[in-house]
Design a protein around this ligand. Structure first.
Ligand code: SF4
Length: 252
């Protein structure tokens, strides 16, 4: 076993960098919202293979907006459920279609594939460019399909800080709370990508923060597959995932 992955217990997939949102806090910056997405079958095979060798406890699919490609998301989660990964999450902004029937269909597909938590990105930043109505309908459809769904808001400075963005976010959480949806603690926006450009005034330059999305290359706990199939310096379209893991060497 590769010593740099001895604590591996999580898998993540960036399903696509394509997105329906244009959030000013996006850590990915003003990236080109290309439509490339991970191939569901290849990704599922990698999940099955990794789970033969590691005790993976959680798997998450996100983006971009992963539900632009629900078939790929569902293939990944089916493989995760078959491999008995306990926590199977999707982070989504909830806006991938305006067709109410299609939204219901996708919610039901997610339920069937074994997703057991949907983390819905709703806050002042997402709702600047994402309409609330289809998101609200998606949340209802997911609940009716029997999958646990909760809001996952982004806070500026801290959840307690009083600024206009946090006030709007609190208002949106209230809108969903009235319908019986709860919110998790969310995340505090990290100064990276577009956030650095548009929200700079809110970041204290003297405070050294560590990037919550960064892995220690000498102790990889989460295997993160990019939308183009790349992972740990290799690519699952051209190599077997276990070969990629075997030859991985940490570079700091
Ligand atoms: S924060 Fe999420 S929803 Fe918003 S632009 Fe970035 S990837 Fe898209």
């Amino acid at each position: 076993m590769n010593r740099y992955l001895k604590n591996l217990d999580r898998i993540e997939f960036v399903v696509t960098m394509g997105c329906t949102g244009r959030c000013k806090h996006c850590s990915e910056g003003s990236h080109v919202f290309a439509g490339e997405h991970i191939d569901g079958e290849t990704a599922a095979k990698a999940v099955t293979e990794v789970c033969r060798h590691y005790d993976i406890k959680s798997l998450m699919t996100f983006g971009g907006e992963p539900l632009l490609f629900p078939e790929a998301v569902c293939s990944i989660h089916r493989a995760a459920a078959e491999a008995s990964i306990k926590h199977r999450d999707v982070i989504t902004n909830g806006f991938f279609s305006t067709d109410r029937q299609r939204i219901r269909e996708v919610a039901e597909m997610l339920a069937k594939s074994g997703v057991n938590r949907i983390m819905l990105s709703v806050d002042a930043f997402h709702q600047e460019t994402i309409p609330l109505e289809p998101v609200d309908h998606f949340a209802e459809c997911v609940r009716e399909a029997g999958v646990f769904i909760e809001l996952h808001p982004a806070w500026l400075v801290s959840a307690e800080d009083r600024n206009p963005y946090n006030s709007k976010t609190t208002e949106l959480i209230g809108f969903f709370a009235e319908k019986g949806f709860s919110a998790d603690s969310g995340n505090v926006i990290f100064p990276k990508g577009s956030a650095l450009k548009y929200l700079l005034e809110y970041f204290d330059g003297n405070t050294v923060q560590s990037d919550p999305y960064e892995e220690d290359p000498e102790d990889i706990r989460s295997l993160c597959f990019e939308a183009d199939g790349s992972v740990l310096g290799g690519n699952i379209y051209s190599s077997d995932i276990m070969d990629i893991i075997e030859v991985y060497t940490a570079v700091k």
